[in-house]
Design a protein around this ligand. Structure first.
Ligand code: GLN
Length: 488
């Protein structure tokens, strides 16, 4: 088996040394993507012709000495919930079948402006609701480390494509862990920036107060390059942070001396977590200490309410956001309905899968008169307390570390009949979305041959510190360089 596509940095070096061309790299990615579809199903669509044409343009730019950015000419995949002009986007849902976008998402525009080449759209849980990429109308994506297991979700296709070395990087979205959990399950780096750091214009909304676009790659340094292309203010997203995004690559000094790492005592208990995952995370913390970091205990007293709070808020917002899929404006419309109400009903019954329906029903209930105060308002109050926990904790540390997930990748089908167990796999990740803070996952070991992720939270607006820690960790360990047997 060949080693697959290199990292962004390796590919950049090969281009600069004229050892290869963008056309060659993109062609190779497309070949790998196609060859892996039967086994992995990481993609829902490839844009072969357009990508190769753009690669030619990039090669011509390089000849003229007009390289736009470090990722000019390099391939990248995007999740199937981000739009690009004249391309389909269907969020792995039947209801958006046939939808072709008239415009391009700001984050994708950022990639285009940087010269990166979008090779295709990756598989996901329908409307990003899930933790396993099994709720997809296209069928599940498989984990490159073990094809009987899930890659995590909802950005499972992006994580699997990067892990299997089909593409060096991919975009994902993270509402409650959908970048970090699949990154952990697939042994790659995944970062969710601060809420508002990357514009959500052109990202199909799931839960608007939580949604954030971020990046997958095999190294923290590569994630920094992708973030530099997609982050920054956008007046078309009213939640967009006005300040310009920092130059993340410049923060990757490799120096971790004096950094204070907070270990939340609530997250380092052996309840509800595979003890071997905790051992791997503790070993990683010891490695970071040897590199000069110091550890301090911190407390997040409201963390135990995070899952309930998240699912109340996320489902309430989803029920409102998904009201627009009514058979009139986008995609699928039920045939033969007699009257408008019947058309709405049948379109939505046929178009949405079971998990999406479950969430719309729950969310509608949480927002209904009589229950609003007990569920939605209460959840917002707990959210404020949780945010306060993080503010307090960050007074005593520069970053907070936890496991990314309580266990390694689970088997396909293992949790689909029990939504509550599925929801519990988000136990460590949802709090970052509720608090709006940046968080990443980086590989830190293996249990039964499956990757374990170390999660690093930064304080609001500070993606640089988690990236610097993950990069420092990758300079002294090699977990992130392991290659799965299922690589294309
Ligand atoms: N797994 C979580 C959920 O099902 C998170 C999803 C996400 O971040 N998009 O809601």
């Amino acid at each position: 088996m060949s080693e697959g596509i290199g990292t962004l940095r390796e590919l950049r070096a090969a281009l600069d040394a004229r050892k290869t061309s963008s056309v060659e790299i993109v062609g190779e990615c497309l070949r790998r993507a196609e060859a892996s579809q039967e086994t992995l199903r990481a993609f829902v669509g490839l844009r072969a012709e357009a990508a190769l044409r753009e690669a030619e343009e990039s090669d011509a730019r390089r000849e003229r000495g007009e390289v736009r950015s470090p990722i000019d000419g390099l391939p990248i995949a995007i999740k199937d919930n981000m739009v690009q002009t004249d391309e389909p986007t269907h969020c792995a849902s039947r209801i958006l079948e046939g939808f072709i976008s008239p415009y391009t998402a700001t984050a994708v525009e950022g990639l285009e402006r940087s010269g990166a080449i979008v090779i295709g759209r990756t598989n996901m849980d329908e409307f990003a609701m899930g933790s396993s990429t099994e709720h997809s109308v296209e069928g599940p994506t498989r984990n490159p480390w073990d094809s009987d297991r899930t890659p995590g979700g909802s950005s499972g296709g992006s994580a699997a494509a990067v892990a299997a070395r089909i593409v060096p990087a991919a975009l994902g979205s993270d509402t409650g862990g959908s970048i970090r959990q699949p990154a952990s399950f697939c042994g790659v780096v995944g970062i969710k920036p601060t809420y508002g750091r990357v514009s959500r214009w052109g990202l199909v909304a799931f839960a608007s107060s939580l949604d954030q676009i971020g990046a997958f790659a095999r190294t923290a340094a590569d994630c920094a390059w992708v973030l530099e292309a997609i982050a920054g203010h956008d007046s078309r997203d009213s939640t967009s942070i006005p300040e310009p995004a920092p130059a993340y690559s410049g923060a990757l000094s490799g120096d971790l001396s004096g950094l204070r790492l907070g270990l939340p005592k609530e997250y380092f208990v052996e309840e509800g977590v595979d003890a071997r995952v905790l051992v791997a995370v503790r070993d990683a913390v010891a490695d970071l200490e040897r590199a000069g970091a110091k550890t301090v205990e911190v407390s997040l007293p409201h963390a135990r309410y995070a899952i309930a709070t998240y699912y109340a808020i996320a489902n309430a917002e989803a029920s409102s956001n998904l009201a627009r899929f009514d058979g009139v404006r986008y995609g699928h419309r039920a045939a033969g309905a007699k009257g408008l109400t019947e058309m709405y009903c049948r379109t939505r019954s046929e178009g949405f899968g079971a998990e999406v329906k479950r969430r719309i029903l729950l969310g509608t209930y949480f927002l209904s008169a009589g229950y609003y105060d007990a569920y939605y308002r209460k959840a917002q109050q707990v959210r404020t307390l949780l945010r306060g926990d993080f503010e307090q904790a960050f007074m005593g540390c520069d970053a907070i570390v936890t496991p990314t997930t309580p266990e390694v990748a689970f088997r396909l089908g293992e949790k689909t009949s029990d939504p509550l167990t599925m929801y519990l796999s988000d136990i460590y990740t949802v709090s970052a979305n509720l608090a709006g803070i940046p968080a990443l996952s980086t590989p830190c070991g293996f249990v039964d041959g499956l990757p374990v992720g170390l999660q690093i939270f930064g304080s609001a607006l500070d993606e640089a510190t988690p990236l610097r820690i993950a990069d420092g960790f990758q300079r002294i360990t090699d977990h992130h360089t392991a290659c799965p047997g299922g690589a294309a």
